[in-house]
Design a protein around this ligand. Structure first.
Ligand code: 0X9
Ligand code: CA
Ligand code: CA
Ligand code: ZN
Length: 435
């Protein structure tokens, strides 16, 4: 087969690769010899082709894929063990390697640049170290940023999952936008003056580096599980209902949704937990990709939470503000009711323990047919643009909460808003969607 044809196969396999097979999270990396016969047999099998190296094709394969390969008499070699983490000293910092997306060093540099350009508004805080000793950075944005004031606090998180590169960019760009527009935009000035906005664009720096330099589809952190497998799913490692069942997370270290040995076993989730003990956040958004949806608790059960109406109403407002920007509709709904169950995720913990509105925003594309985890560099800005109004809305909501609390009021701002009435239809539409 000609190289072009092979690239074609790779391209379409990537396009049609299921993101996380719903009932089979386990994948292995295997290799098959690259020759005419095998290439022809592989055609149309919908495999997740990873790369070509030394005359072999590497494939990310589920158990079902392995069975299919065996049925077609294709011999393969298990390679998972060989995909151990790169030693840190072997990683060369090449800023261009993941293009316009940020690497660890690039986000570090750009956060520090924001801090030095806006010393009164922005402060970079190292909130903890990853397993491989990278810093987990938070960018705090507020007036009198060196002081701790009695202000609303909102948290934006990115990149729990290594391969979801766009989820670094959106919270980072929100922070950048706030400081750059502070002087000229009175609305932004007001929001920044009355709140503390905390941005942690890269919760999983080790995983991101591994995804950039070695294996694009990496999801978890880089924990050596001691059985030849690597990685804990950081979005299954929070303590609320941790390990509630084996559907919402897995006890198996090799699983893509491995929950870890114990709640908060990972330094990356510990860093978030510890920040919460110091700062009383009023709301949070954690960015993931892909699916183009807004999700809220519960994720561990289909039962609605005790604040379901509030969570749904804020989600409706956010969705309504996002759609006009580029015409992309973010459906919304209760996480556990929407795609699949999760336990030990960020939002069930922050909502379950602290009672604050907490959202998972799955950024575009809406479907793997439109690229899955591979967002075009050219789309970074439009995705940020449509996410900005929802972020500002949540900050504003938190400010109102703070103010109402101070005045002893109980009325919530969203209850006055008529816009949500027109949105009630959206929720039904959102339900029933499956990954
Ligand atoms: O599975 C996850 O952790 C999130 N999706 S992703 O494809 N980015 O991995 C979704 C978490 C939201 N919770 C539920 N859907 N229950
Ligand atoms: Ca450190
Ligand atoms: Ca302040
Ligand atoms: Zn994710």
């Amino acid at each position: 087969m000609k190289k072009k044809v092979f690239l074609f196969v790779v391209f379409f396999s990537i396009l049609f690769t299921p993101l996380i097979p719903q009932d089979n999270y386990n994948t292995d990396i295997i290799s098959v010899d690259k020759n005419q016969t095998i290439l022809e047999k592989l055609w149309g099998m919908n495999l997740d082709l990873l790369m070509e190296r030394n005359g072999k094709i590497f494939i990310v394969a589920s158990i079902d894929d392995l069975i299919k390969l065996e049925e077609k008499n294709i011999t393969y070699t298990l390679e998972t063990q060989n995909f151990y983490p790169l030693k840190q000293e072997n990683i060369t910092i090449q800023s261009g390697i993941n293009g316009a997306f940020h690497s660890y060093k690039e986000i570090e540099q750009d956060l520090l640049a924001i801090e030095s350009a806006y010393p009164n508004l922005a402060r970079v805080i190292d909130i903890g170290d990853s397993l491989e000793n990278r810093n987990i950075y938070a960018l705090k944005i507020s007036d009198n940023v060196q002081m701790e004031e009695d202000e609303a606090r909102v948290l934006f998180l990115g990149c729990h999952h290594a391969r979801e590169w766009i989820s670094v960019e959106v919270p980072f760009l929100i922070g950048k936008y706030l400081v750059e527009n502070y002087a000229t935009n009175s609305e932004i000035k007001e929001l920044v003056n009355r709140s503390e906005i905390w941005i942690i664009p890269l919760v999983n720096p080790d995983g991101l580096e591994y995804s950039i330099h070695f294996y694009r589809y990496w999801r978890k952190n880089m924990r050596d599980n001691g059985d030849g497998s690597y990685g804990v799913d950081l979005n299954r490692n929070y303590s609320f209902k941790w390990g509630y069942d084996n559907t919402g997370s897995s006890p198996l270290p090799s699983s893509g949704v491995y929950r870890g040995k114990s709640p908060f076993s990972e330094p990356e989730t510990q860093a978030i937990r510890d920040l919460f003990t110091q700062k009383n956040f009023q709301a949070l958004i954690t960015y993931h990709s892909y699916s183009q949806v807004i999700l809220y608790s519960w994720g561990y059960t289909k039962e609605p939470s005790y604040k379901n109406e509030l969570l749904a109403n804020i989600a409706a407002e956010m969705s309504a503000l996002m759609e006009p920007v580029n015409g992309r509709l973010y459906e919304y709904g209760q996480a556990g009711d929407f795609f699949y169950l999760t336990n030990g995720d960020t939002t069930d913990w922050s909502f379950g323990v602290y009672g604050i509105p907490s959202y998972t925003i799955e950024l575009p594309p809406v479907d793997q047919i439109y690229g899955g985890f591979f967002n075009a560099e050219e789309d970074i800005n439009s995705i940020f643009n449509e996410n900005l109004p929802s972020a500002l809305y949540l900050i504003d909501w938190a400010i109102q909460q703070n103010q109402d609390k101070a005045k002893g009021k109980t009325t919530l701002r969203w209850q006055d808003n008529e816009a949500r009435q027109s949105l009630n239809g959206r929720q039904d539409k959102a339900k029933g969607k499956t990954i």
